[in-house]
Design a protein around this ligand. Structure first.
Ligand code: GTP
Ligand code: MG
Length: 392
């Protein structure tokens, strides 16, 4: 049966749920799809369909299962449910890099926990400009405690430049909404209204050369290699020539032979769209997460750059000891994870809590540009965040 093509009738935005483990992100995501399916603008995606590991769910040319799509009256959303566990920060970083807005899920029973704070910090660093707060589990909390949690969350957001006083904070219960309790389905609707009005439609760089950071690679027997991700800028059409960048062996050229979003074929995809591209003759092992698919000759990978970097304080979960020249952490840039050497120049030392300018030399070439944000990680935790200032 031929698949129905994707029809672009409303502005498309990428949003996602983030927050500490077990605060209810996946339950809320399922509840959102349930509430909207009852209004006729989405398909209900049950909890256990969202919470599966991507490898179990890799099927067809569909996108990573942690993405769901739905529509409100005014917008089409792709929603990524980000796991709260510290080990999954990589997904958080790479997922968040493509978010136009985020729903910060905070349990009204527990308040701010370590990953609540870490996700807010990372969201800031990777350029998420708008956050809406879901104070979840409001069905089980008492009002006074929830008031305190709300204050605490607003303060946290202000301390990261999110203007905590004006951020919408909506008390919800994902669990009760999923059960169909009208009081709480209304709360989820109120949350969506807040997202619709508070997160602006972003400016899309559709005229720039095409670029897509590779999130996932799949093989479809008999058809070839498929890459998925969100288009960072530009436009791509079926039949376009592209270049895959980031591999040690140098660039690989191919042609896009098929294009889909959430299982629906599309003629072209533009900046902001979450897509799957089928690439003609591309060997499965020639491309992986962290590579970039781009218009041919539009970008040249490099490895040396200067950057402005904030070294996290110990209180924020960062290092307790200073960083010196020769320090060699991991850099999370778009969907890539690359080791790099830091040179602090005359400064020589950067203490936790400092913001410094430094030079980085990555272990391999990566498509870079000034203004690009990245996270610095060491031994499984975030120790810094920065922005590329100049390529060398
Ligand atoms: N009382 C109550 N419990 C909830 C609510 N939402 C989620 N829970 C419970 O909290 C637990 C965690 O919910 P999840 O949705 O898996 O949380 P999560 O944030 O996705 O967790 P991770 O993906 O592991 O980070 C489950 O036992 C849920 O049933 C709620 O609104 N009220
Ligand atoms: Mg979850």
């Amino acid at each position: 049966m031929p698949k129905t093509a994707y029809v672009r009738t409303k502005p498309h935005l990428n949003i996602g749920t983030m927050g500490h483990v077990d605060h209810g992100k996946t339950t809320l995501t399922a509840a959102i799809t349930k509430v909207l399916s009852e209004r006729g603008t989405g398909t209900f995606v049950p909890f256990d369909r969202i919470d599966r590991a991507p490898e179990e769910a890799a099927r067809g040319i569909t996108i990573n299962i942690a993405h769901v799509e739905y529509e409100t009256d005014t917008r089409h959303y792709a929603h990524i449910d980000m796991p709260g566990h510290a080990d999954y920060i990589k997904n958080m970083v790479t997922g968040a890099a493509q978010l136009d807005g985020a729903i910060l899920v905070v349990s009204a029973l527990d308040g701010i926990m370590p990953q609540t704070a870490e996700h807010v910090l990372l969201a800031r660093q990777v350029g998420v400009d708008h956050i809406v707060v879901a104070l979840n589990k409001a069905d089980a909390g008492d009002d006074e405690l929830t008031d305190l949690v709300e204050l605490e969350v607003r303060e946290l957001l202000s301390s990261h430049g999110y203007g905590g006083e004006s951020v919408p904070v909506v008390r919800v219960s994902g669990l009760r909404a999923l059960e169909g309790d009208p009081r709480w389905t209304d709360s989820v609707q109120a949350l969506l209204d807040a997202v619709d009005t508070y997160v602006p439609i972003p400016v899309r760089y559709t005229d720039a050369p095409f670029l897509l950071p590779v999130e996932n690679v799949l093989t479809i027997t008999g058809r070839g290699t498929v890459v998925t991700g969100a288009v960072e800028r530009g436009t791509v059409r079926v039949g376009d020539r592209i270049e895959v960048l980031g591999a040690e062996s140098g660039p690989q050229f191919s042609t896009v032979t098929s294009l889909e979003t959430f299982g629906k074929p599309m003629e072209f995809a533009e900046a902001g769209d979450n897509v799957a591209l089928l690439l003609r003759g591309m060997p499965r092992d020639a491309i992986r997460r962290g590579h970039v698919v781009a218009a041919p000759d539009s970008t040249v990978p490099s490895r040396r750059f200067t950057a402005r970097v904030y070294v996290l304080s110990a209180k924020e979960g960062g290092r307790t000891t200073p960083v010196t020249t020769g320090y060699r952490p991991q850099f999370y840039i778009r969907t890539a994870d690359v080791v790099g050497d830091i040179d602090l120049g005359e400064l020589a030392v950067a203490r936790p809590g400092d913001t410094v300018s430094l030079t980085v030399e990555l272990g391999r070439d990566v498509p870079l540009e000034s203004g690009l944000g990245f996270a610095i990680r060491e031994g499984g935790r975030t120790v810094g965040a920065g922005t590329v200032t100049e390529l060398i």
